[in-house]
Design a protein. Sequence first.
Length: 82
Amino acid sequence: DEPTSALDPQLVGEVLSVIRDLAHEHDLTMLLVTHEMRFAREVSDRVCFFDKGRICEQGKPEEIFGEPKEERTREFLSSVLR
């Protein structure tokens, strides 16, 4: 859950790189909760967006980040991917 939330901004990239490398090298399945959308888009096979404790949209990153179907997902992505 938010593995980079308490880190110095300079370390965030390094930690995300280690997580990505571990997942690929060991063919791991991970559940990662993050607000780092660029990282989620780059390393995920599937993403889920939650709103008020419920999944509001899920799918492949290219679908969700490319053309989200739900208004709430579009609003969130437009606010964090500026």
